[in-house]
Design a protein around this ligand. Structure first.
Ligand SMILES: Cc1ncc(COP(=O)(O)O)c(C=O)c1O
Length: 425
């Protein structure tokens, strides 16, 4: 399979090249040259997660990985489940937080790490990534200890939860972390500038593990198939509405690719917090990002989502029908009310899941079942969940283990010259 640059379709690369390169010329995103349509979705849904994922992803890696190699990659990457949990008769949650860093990013980061370590052939690589919360932990854990791979993670100082920070800043070894005195958008801009600096990129073998990397998106397609396989039992022929808590819109991109492959998702709700560039854009047609504002669903505090060009492309090309996408902003009060409402239904959630639940729950028709994503374990947002619900939360082992470790980050101004010096040192 070839992947082409959405900003310059004369740039066409193989899957392995797209994974190694991350971004194309002029910061263009890679996109598959064609999306196969499966006519055997029903049969695929009968398979287990690993076996099915091999079938789903095989066309996308053709020419770079044999099916056997892909099986090895997926078998070691997806060594934890995605779970559909019923909340009410017509609402369920897709829990994507049962991996080592308790967030959906474990799927993509682990798949990418496995692919990349096969594709690098001993050459030295630096993964430079920006995180608004969970990517950092997932990437750090997925790449920790891998030979010839250095990881540098930028995050907005003081704008992620302490536990989130501890999960990726305490590992040491090949994982270095920088607290940037600015917003997540500043971090993302620094990553983009680094990629634009060809001399720097070449000198350190620059690669990004952000959700712009196509391998991460491909991995995420797999859990939507798993969700529908599990949902079938309680679905009663109802149509599936998927509500996705969105920041950089990687998760929604993967969901749309899954639908394009033939997975019967009826429609999507793109749920955002006050960083509502997309809902406003879909309403007015004007792309007008505001300054990023801090919210309790902090991993979605993104005003210029980096995956949007892929979604825009799918909508423009008719790969996804525009009528199947709505988008809604959920404010802080509504988010808190949603976490409380879910708790009253006997379901423990957190602000990101709360945003997704709230954006969809009152708009389901009789013949629809709503599936909202649980993108992170509630305990990852312990302080905020405890203050909303007024009761203490227990820490799962993964978090308890790192809570007492020391943060090893350095602080840095959002200054490209300084970052460049650090990377070259
Ligand atoms: C917990 C959580 N929910 C939602 C999101 C948003 O996902 P995406 O950037 O794919 O839209 C993130 C991204 O960091 C996250 O960590």
């Amino acid at each position: 399979m070839k992947y082409y640059n959405l900003k310059d379709n004369t740039e066409q690369v193989s899957f392995s090249q797209a994974v190694k390169q991350g971004l194309g010329r002029n910061q263009g995103l890679f996109f598959p040259e064609h999306i196969p349509a499966f006519d055997n979705v029903e049969e695929l849904l009968e398979l287990g997660l690993v076996e099915r994922s091999v079938e789903v992803l095989a066309p996308f890696v053709e020419g770079d990985l044999t099916k056997e190699e892909l099986l090895q990659v997926i078998d070691s990457a997806f060594n934890f489940p995605a779970k559909v949990n019923s909340v009410t008769e017509n609402v369920a949650s897709l829990e994507l937080y049962h991996g080592p860093t308790l967030a959906f990013k474990d799927f993509g980061a682990r798949f990418m790490a496995q692919c990349l370590s096969r594709f690098t052939d001993g050459e030295k690589i630096t993964i430079l990534t920006a995180t608004s919360g969970d990517t950092g932990a997932a990437v750090a854990h997925a790449f920790h200890g891998l030979d010839n791979i250095e990881v540098v993670i930028l995050y907005p100082k003081g704008k992620i939860s302490l536990l989130q920070e501890k999960m990726f800043t305490t590992l040491g070894g090949n994982i270095r972390t920088i607290a940037i005195e600015g917003s997540f958008d500043d971090c993302q801009a620094l990553v983009k500038q680094s990629f634009d600096d060809k001399e720097l990129a070449k000198a350190i073998g620059l690669n990004s593990a952000n959700s712009i990397n196509i391998s991460r998106l491909l991995a995420q397609i797999c859990y939507y198939f798993e969700a529908l396989a599990q949902l079938k039992a309680q679905q009663n022929d109802k149509k599936v509405v998927l509500s996705v808590p969105s920041g950089n819109f990687g998760n929604l991109t993967a969901a749309m690719l899954a639908k394009a492959l033939g997975l019967p998702i009826e429609r999507f709700v793109a749920a955002t917090n006050a960083n509502d560039t997309v809902p406003r854009y879909l309403q007015t047609g004007e792309w007008a990002p505001n300054d990023t504002v801090a919210t309790i669903s902090n991993a979605m505090d993104v005003s210029n989502p980096n995956n949007w060009p892929r979604i825009e492309f799918m909508l423009q090309e008719g790969i996804i029908d525009k009528s199947s996408l709505t988008s809604k902003m959920i404010d802080e009060e509504q988010t808190q009310a949603a976490v409380i409402a879910l708790n009253n239904l006997g379901y423990l959630s957190e602000p990101h899941g709360g945003v997704a639940y709230k954006a969809m729950v009152n708009e389901l028709s009789e013949d629809e079942v709503g599936l909202f994503l649980g993108t992170a374990h509630p305990a990852k947002f312990k302080e905020v969940v405890e203050s909303i619900l007024g009761c203490p939360l227990a820490l799962p082992k993964e978090l308890a283990d790192c809570a007492s470790e020391q943060i090893l980050s350095i602080d840095m101004a959002p200054d490209f010259a300084e970052l460049r010096k650090f990377l070259l040192a």
